[in-house]
Design a protein. Sequence first.
Length: 219
Amino acid sequence: MNIILLGPPGAGKGTQAGRLVTERGMVQLSTGDMLRAAVRSGSPVGLKAKAVMAAGELVSDAIVSALIGERLDLGDTDAGVIFDGFPRTAQQAAALDLLLEERGRALDYVIELDVDEAALTERVVGRFTCGHCGEGYHDAFKKPVVPGVCDVCASTDFRRRPDDNADTVAIRMAEYRAKTAPILPIYEARKLVRRVDGMAHIDDVARAIGAILDDRLAH
Ligand code: AP5
């Protein structure tokens, strides 16, 4: 099973990919996570990506496509792959087709998280994670039970992404509208798109995605 989760910043791609990893053993290929790891490590890719990401713009198609190709070759993706945040341009969509074809794979679904953009800025600007275990929190929707202490591992080290501020989120949204939303018709023409209400409760979104995958496995 190879699926793309598509939606603007804060739509819940990472959240739902995480559920699929836990519940189905699929592998999450998040170009955002890969690029952040590259920035942290100070690698040549990270050095190129850092300022672009901080500005809310898109990293080059060649860089992200190469990252995905290398990741697909690690040999641990038999249970299925969730592409999270990739592809984001028509060029990346074409690159993905080629990468899959070269490896004898094909896309099963493009799951579009249908969301109300106005609500997303609040989701993104308010989120933070535990720097130790990665547990996610939100200023309004999910505060730690004891303020300043992680519910899971008791760490007091919390982190916010540098691109999760209102100005940069506005640029990220504009990038999505201009460059990523236009790839949907490519997949619609191939009858691969399934739309899910991304404004529903996280559990309900997960159930809706699960039903789509189960239906595929049953036929
Ligand atoms: P990336 O890391 O991919 O960020 P993004 O697409 O902006 O997505 P987010 O991680 O912000 O949101 P999400 O949809 O995963 O939502 P989440 O589940 O976290 O990319 C970052 C940057 O890297 C880009 O700007 C670009 O520079 C670069 N980049 C990455 N990939 C690239 C590519 N392919 N090409 C070029 N450049 C690339 O949820 C958000 C919040 O909402 C959380 O707090 C969560 O708990 C909450 N939430 C989730 N679902 C729900 C729900 N149903 N109800 C209520 N709250 C919810």
